[in-house]
Design a protein around this ligand. Structure first.
Ligand SMILES: [Zn+2]
Length: 223
């Protein structure tokens, strides 16, 4: 099974999983600004990749807890952020543990032995729950806390540069046109939040065109 947010990394991860297995995919809404757009992307990507077994669930805790620009309307999503320094305000506290818990629970019920997640350490925003050590530790928890102890969380993209993920996605025929990465808008991608900036830079470095629509000012400078 694969955790599929609808962004470019999870889309490539889902394409990898769907190539290897008869995959199942889960999407988690947690009160993030763009959750409706993400769900639309999730369903379209599943359709394109032939993933029929789908789980759409809602986590009420992360929105109620807040503390992130993605879940608290009073904290603005930063524009032109400095990437690679302090952990940015778009970090959702311990979010991936919630996601992985849902995924591992569902994997146990499905009888799935691999949980794919498109976490990326390189060229990322510096979120602590995207580091390899975190997944090694989480796998210990999963081995200890599940019925058969056979489920493994796999992070095939974690050591790749973002531009390498674009190239891999193009090789796999991952449907980038259906993905959504923007943190702040649902009509056209803003092009200035850290997710948009990292994505645009990745496509540029890969020498490929990003097929999703951006706000006009960004379209003019896009590759
Ligand atoms: Zn954006």
């Amino acid at each position: 099974m694969v955790l599929l947010s609808g962004g470019m990394d999870s889309c490539v991860c889902a394409a990898l999983a769907a190539r290897e297995f008869d995959a199942a995919a889960a999407h988690i809404s947690y009160g993030q600004r763009t959750e409706a757009r993400e769900r639309k992307a999730f369903l379209a990507i599943c359709d394109r990749l032939g993933i029929h077994d789908r789980l759409l669930v809602r986590n009420e805790a992360l929105r109620a807890i807040g503390g992130s620009a993605l879940t608290d309307p009073d904290i603005a999503v930063p524009v032109s952020p400095v990437i690679g320094h302090a952990i940015p305000v778009t970090y959702v506290p311990f979010r991936n543990a919630h996601f992985l818990s849902v995924a591992v629970s569902w994997a146990e019920v499905l009888g799935a032995e691999k949980v794919y997640i498109g976490a990326v350490e390189q060229d990322s925003s510096g979120y602590p729950d995207c580091r390899p050590a975190y997944y090694r530790a989480f796998n210990d928890v999963v081995r200890t806390g599940t019925r058969d102890g056979r489920i493994e969380i796999v992070t095939p993209l974690i050591g790749l540069r973002k531009s390498e993920i674009v190239k891999l996605g193009l090789e796999l025929g991952a449907p980038f046109d259906l993905t959504w990465s923007c943190y702040s808008r649902e009509d056209r991608a803003c092009g200035v939040c850290d997710s948009c900036v990292l994505r645009l830079r990745a496509f540029q470095e890969a020498g490929a065109a990003d097929p999703i629509p951006y706000c006009e000012a960004v379209e003019k400078v896009k590759v």
